[in-house]
Design a protein around this ligand. Sequence first.
Ligand code: ADP
Ligand code: ZN
Length: 743
Amino acid sequence: MDDRPPPSDDLFGSTGLSPAAAPGDVVSVLLPFAVAEPYSYRVPHGMTVAPGDIVEVPLATRNVVGVVWDDGPGLDRSSNRLRLIATRFDVPPLPTASRKFVDWVAAYTLTTRGMVLRMVMRAPGALEPETARPGFRLAGPPPERITPARQRVLDLAADGLAWSKSGLAGAAGVSTGVVDGLVASGTLVPVDIPPAPVAVAPDPAFAVAALNPAQAEGAAALRAVAGEGFSVTLIDGVTGSGKTEVYFEAVAEILSRGGQVLILLPEIALTAAFLDRFALRFGQRPAEWHSDVPPRIRERIWRGVADGSVRAVVGARSSLFLPFPDLRLIVVDEEHDIAYKQDDGVTYNARDMAVVRGQIGKFPVVLSSATPSIESRVNADQGRYRRIVLPDRFAGALLPKIAAVDLRIDQPERGRWLAPQLVSAVAETIADRGQALLFLNRRGYAPLTLCRTCGHRFQCPNCATWLVEHRFRGQLVCHHCGHAERRPDACPQCGNEDTLVACGPGVERLAEEVHARFPDARTTVLSSDMLGGVQRMRRELKAIADGEADIIIGTQLVAKGHNFPLLRLVGVVDADLGLAHGDLRAAERTFQLLSQVTGRAGRVGGASRALLQTSAPDHPVIEAIVAGDREAFYAREIEERRIAQLPPFARLVALIVTGPDRASARAHATALRAAAPFSETISVFGPAEAPLAVIRGQHRYRMLLHAPRSADVQAYVRQWLGAAPPPRGSVRVQVDVDPQSFM
Ligand code: ADP
Ligand code: ZN
């Protein structure tokens, strides 16, 4: 990512504004819609505004919220018809670094600045002042008549603090009428209760960990860069080596210097345990930011971040867009995770954008992973990133012993999915009171349902995909658009009853086999589509950590970062699944997933093992995992990418054309292709129908642009799209810079 154009000042244009614009002046206001350029407005009497101020302005027939931007006002400066800014909100301005970041992300991802600003303005309620709650305090004369109930209230209120009416009545065990009586007598007087802080400042000295020598060296290196402006450090350490403990020292350093810190996590389900761990180290939980946080709390966090009272945030990729005035460290945990790539709307990779944010804010960025992305590993090898290596697990814990189960020799019985060797390993493990994890990256019961008589297959009406049977729910479900239908008893094509068969396994089907084989074991199925959502998932993860399950069956959700102290065996049911994809990152993804999931075992000591069921035990990825030779994998994969001139040794941009029917999508894709500017170094492949040819009724064609690292692909694509005929009707072109998915 690093030899991309640095976020230099000319990218943003020079500031056309004096620091504050006075009444009558014209300023530009960026609005959070799909607009690239800010609109011009005039400052009304009695108001001054400066870049970053959050304002409300009229647009057509309504008022909308926007931000005073740094661009000089447009050509219509002299116009008398310019409309006036309606309101300036009484909140801290959007910091300069945040505004530069919006501009940079938009330019890099080839989206409009307005759409990026929209990601900043995700908590509209945060702009309104926080209202105090009404309360009461003991201040007036004692009442004329004292009852036991009144006395209890007075005893409590004797602390002189503000109480809410229901809080006081509840604590005293009386009706609110008793409190009303004391208010009427003037004994209790009304006061405002200010809102409690949304997050208390963490204490960097709360519980300092005793680090082992490798950890201490890493921590010292991070503390050294903490005050030194922009840098990127990759913590590359095996699962359970204590990467978190090490980067906590960088967090502590920044907190003690008074800066704000942001820790990015790829998965919401991970954050609950992480917040507790943070609290053990720093005495307080950090603020939590992701789509599952209730709106009222999000508003308060947004405001707390903006006014600097929130010092530490742990969140999903979207927390990069919070309005930090004094951010001085970003940690990207599990930096290799594809959950950091947002694939709809503004397509950005939060890991890469975190690096950019650090460059703009001139502070260090820390990337952490047991299985670094090839990109980050190459950046470290070439000296652009520092690298901290933690080669061993903490406190002498050993990595699991890994072996392949050759499915061509050790075959499961018909209609079953576990080979005899894996079955006996599970039996031994649970007999020994250890936990076993069976990993299969397929949700539902079976990936395909067909009719034995006529061959009918159940397909999604909106997508070019098969419906996945979810037997617990009794439904056939599309994993791309969410379409769900009841599983019928008869085949809809030939009408025969009881002829539908499930093909292949999903986690639910695996659970059926496990129940049959181990009827007395306590079995848990973990899958991201679990009923009960995130809350339930978090409870289940905690229950597993507490030893309340013997056998865990899970999708990739269980592979990520969790700490299951009792886990002794990991069985990978289909280690070949990811390799079948055959796209540029198939080997890397498979290596990462298998390392991560096997790395769940034996984290806190004791012997542990992992078995990989595979039909290709001599595939280089499987061989590297079994041999525990990660360096062999990286060396080979990096060399292959270099020879094939694939990222990070070249740049890719995908253009995806979608349309309501195949003909219109293809016609526009063809016209677009014809408009591609000639270039000596940049090649364009396609258009070709996408592997996922239809999603949600939209037909899809893909083109792929390949360029040397030094190329300015954004300029090329901008020129290209400018030269192409505009898409007609509801045909759309989506640009995906650095694509992760080729579907
Ligand atoms: P990683 O992030 O590398 O997978 P963790 O930071 O989660 O590793 O550490 C693995 C386990 O070892 C955790 O339970 C953690 O609390 C423990 N651990 C690691 N380093 C230390 C340390 N220096 N002192 C105490 N416990 C540690
Ligand atoms: Zn669908």
